[in-house]
Write a protein that binds this ligand. Structure first.
Ligand code: NAI
Length: 253
């Protein structure tokens, strides 16, 4: 089965597409023949990505400004879409590291506002549009293995991602009747801006040794599961979270 064919001709919105996995997912969708709308706060980076996608022959690529933590910005971004969506990828996310006891007071709210409220705001906006238009849709949430197990020093992040796993199930349950499927990807550690500094440190290097496959993930390691969840091959899946992590979740206790 050609998983990429499941995206041909679809219109995909990718949040947080200005770097890392979001940038990668946008390129993958475009290479699979999808029209892609990339959304984030850093407009200059999005415009550069759109130019690269068009140069690579993408059928249609466009940027919209979006701060997922601001519901007004989410509504404005949806109003700015030039065509109905088929797939929404909730990828935008932040991490703040530090011992829970010492984190700044507003750290928890910042992480929850982006990683959880952001997914809620974008998903509900998309689902209302799909329901009102009498059409279905697909949502792929980018959770994390830290939503399924914990690690020290990233308390708010683990809580936000565990909530995304639960939200994936709650929305899947409510929206199956509208033909809207909601699933999540739970990546293990992939080298991007969000964690690059950490893997330069001794604890970071020690962590890599605890991954059964003994290496950091690469964005393209997620392609199979991403294309499965975003396309029709997963037509009877909803509420699922798929870990893609080099075996990290099954590391020895
Ligand atoms: P990244 O830092 O390169 O990308 C995150 C993107 O989200 C950035 O482009 C950032 O500008 C954007 N963003 C942050 N706040 C935003 C907001 N309020 N509104 C709109 N955009 C916003 O990091 P990475 O690794 O690409 O992260 C992408 C997603 O993957 C995140 O949800 C992250 O939690 C998740 N993830 C990453 C893993 C990794 O090891 N890199 C592992 C598991 C999950």
């Amino acid at each position: 089965m050609d998983l990429a064919a499941g995206l041909k001709g679809r219109h995909v919105l990718v949040t947080g597409a200005s770097s890392g996995l979001g940038d990668h997912f946008a390129r993958l969708c475009a290479a699979s023949g999808a029209a892609v709308t990339v959304a984030a706060r850093r407009r200059d980076r999005l415009d550069a990505l759109v130019a690269a996608l068009r140069e690579a022959g993408a059928p249609r690529a466009r940027a919209v400004s979006l701060d997922v933590a601001d519901p007004d910005s989410v509504a404005a971004a949806f109003a700015d879409l030039d065509a109905p969506l088929d797939v929404v990828v909730n990828n935008a996310g932040i991490a703040e590291s530090g011992a829970a006891i010492d984190l700044p007071r507003d750290s928890f709210d910042r992480v929850i506002d982006t990683n959880l409220r952001g997914v809620w705001a974008v998903s509900t906006e998309a689902a209302r549009a799909w329901r009102d238009a009498g059409r279905g849709g697909v949502i792929v949430n980018v959770a994390s293995i830290l939503g399924l197990r914990v690690a020290g020093g990233v308390g708010p992040y683990t809580v936000s991602k565990a909530a995304v796993v639960q939200l994936t199930q709650a929305l899947a349950l409510e929206w199956a009747r509208y033909g809207i499927r909601v699933n999540a990807l739970a990546p293990g550690y992939i080298g991007t801006d969000i964690n690059r500094d950490f893997f330069e440190t001794e604890p970071g290097r020690a962590m890599l040794k605890r991954i059964p496959m003994r290496r950091l993930g690469r964005p393209e390691d997620l392609d199979g599961a991403f294309l499965l969840l975003a396309g029709d091959a997963s037509r009877w899946m909803t509420g699922a979270t798929i870990p893609v992590d080099g075996g990290h979740l099954v590391s020895s206790l």
